[in-house]
Design a protein around this ligand. Structure first.
Ligand SMILES: Cc1cc2nc3c(=O)[nH]c(=O)nc-3n(C[C@H](O)[C@H](O)[C@H](O)COP(=O)(O)OP(=O)(O)OC[C@H]3O[C@@H](n4cnc5c(N)ncnc54)[C@H](O)[C@@H]3O)c2cc1C
Length: 395
């Protein structure tokens, strides 16, 4: 039996839920189909269980895309303040973790349940455990026919909200990209983003005591710099500063790390040479770093003498090592741990106003499946809300 709807959304994640609630509020007959056994799995696991659902400051500069202007319209038409208003209307408590990043005070479930309740309030249906076999467009009837494990569905507007490739165990699939190609869209090659970076065995063997240590650092690559926590891991480096820079790093590139971004290092070294000349370099470093990092850096610099014995050339060398530590990551840790996927459906053939495809009337793409990738800090969810809302107004 053909189950007919005005709007079918594939993907009950952040963007799909927002789009469904918005379209259903306009009186549209809407259903979301998802192959997972639970709604909004990534929302639930996001932000360490507290969902960093938006940011007080959202700019186009916080997004990476081959078409940097594409995100602007949707972000301004449904912005962070409108989403915060919705969160407030559901009496969800939240806090600013710093840098304007808004997290749930209690649980990510609050945001997921809010969206599910909004769908229910306007009678948008959600059907889980549905495997999509095939989609085709009936050009005469102007409808899409969706052949699934739970029968055939038809609709006038079909919205693809299947997200990116990260965390395959949570239901991520390349379905959206394949469908886009089926209808003639180009795909910007996908790579893991907001991902920890790995290092070669040779490097890791010299850093055996470091995993678990973290510090505030400024990390730069390809004209981008992020100041945030850096964490040493068993495979290489992680922490917010590394996740952010991973979105700009490409295999073969180096990254430069300033380990003491808050102080003027040369002046600090000279001052201590003058006033605390009897102490060793390692002792001075341990006033700024953990024991393990201090020891590691002393080995790296190859100097551990009393400060008063340091020549100017050595001071310059130490300063350079501490402020411009050049590293060559081996790779991304991969989709298993990456928060998002960079690349995706190329946006020049998608309307930035309606999110409808220019290749196929009635077909829409929203959220992470598009070639729009946010920085860490609530930007990816805001993109899901903004693009989902925009399409929801036109489907
Ligand atoms: C661990 C982790 C933490 C994160 N934390 C944050 C955070 O705190 N703040 C932030 O802004 N962003 C965060 N993100 C990123 C954010 O979760 C995503 O950018 C966002 O969920 C994208 O929304 P979406 O609706 O496009 O895709 P998703 O939310 O991924 O939803 C896609 C849906 O499509 C379904 N689907 C996929 N393939 C198929 C198929 N073939 N058939 C049927 N259904 C299918 C999936 O089951 C899923 O329900 C995090 C990501 C991860 C992995």
């Amino acid at each position: 039996m053909n189950q007919a709807y005005q709007v079918i959304i594939i993907g009950a994640g952040a963007a799909g839920l927002m789009c469904a609630a918005t379209a259903a509020k306009r009186g549209k007959k809407v259903i979301i189909l998802d192959h997972a056994n639970k709604v909004g799995k990534k929302i639930l696991m996001s932000g360490g269980g507290r969902c960093n659902f938006t940011n007080y400051s959202i700019q186009a500069d916080n997004y990476i895309s081959s078409n940097p202007h594409f995100c602007k319209s949707a972000l301004s038409r449904y912005n962070q303040w409108q989403f915060i208003e919705l969160v407030d209307s559901h009496q969800i408590e939240y806090y600013d973790k710093g840098q304007g990043e808004l997290f749930c005070k209690h649980s990510s479930k609050d945001i997921r349940d809010m969206l599910v309740n909004e769908c229910a309030r306007y009678s948008a249906e959600i059907q889980l455990k549905v495997n999509i076999n095939k989609i085709k467009k009936d050009q005469h009837q102007n409808t899409f026919l969706i052949d699934t494990s739970q029968g055939t569905f038809s609709c006038e507007s079909l919205v693809i909200a299947t997200g990116g490739l990260s965390i395959p165990t949570m239901g991520a699939s390349n379905f959206g990209y394949q469908l886009a190609e089926q209808f003639g869209h180009d795909i910007i090659p996908t790579i893991p983003a907001l991902s920890p970076l790995t290092f070669e065995k040779k490097w890791l063997e010299k850093a055996l005591s470091l995993p678990g240590n973290s510090l505030l650092a400024e990390v730069s690559c390809n004209q981008q710099t992020f100041k945030d926590a850096l964490l040493f891991t068993h495979k290489g480096l992680s922490g917010p500063a590394i996740l952010q820079i991973s979105s700009y790093w490409k295999p073969g590139d180096s990254i430069s790390v300033n380990l003491l971004p808050e102080i003027k290092v040369k002046a600090w070294l000279l001052e201590n040479k003058q006033n605390r000349g009897e102490i060793q370099l390692k002792t001075l470093l341990s006033t700024q770093f953990s024991q393990a990092i201090s020891e590691y850096l002393c080995n790296l610099i190859g100097v551990n003498i009393k400060l008063k014995q340091l020549e100017n050339t050595e001071i310059n060398k130490i300063e350079k090592q501490l402020t411009q530590w050049i590293l060559y990551p081996a790779g991304y840790e991969g989709y298993r741990v990456a928060e998002v996927t960079k690349g995706g459906v190329e946006t020049s053939s998608i309307s930035s106003k309606t999110f409808e495809s220019s290749k196929q009337t009635g077909l829409y793409f929203i959220g992470e499946v598009l070639d729009v990738t946010g920085h860490l800090g609530g930007y990816n969810f805001q993109w899901a809300w903004s693009s989902g809302h925009a399409a929801g107004c036109y489907v």
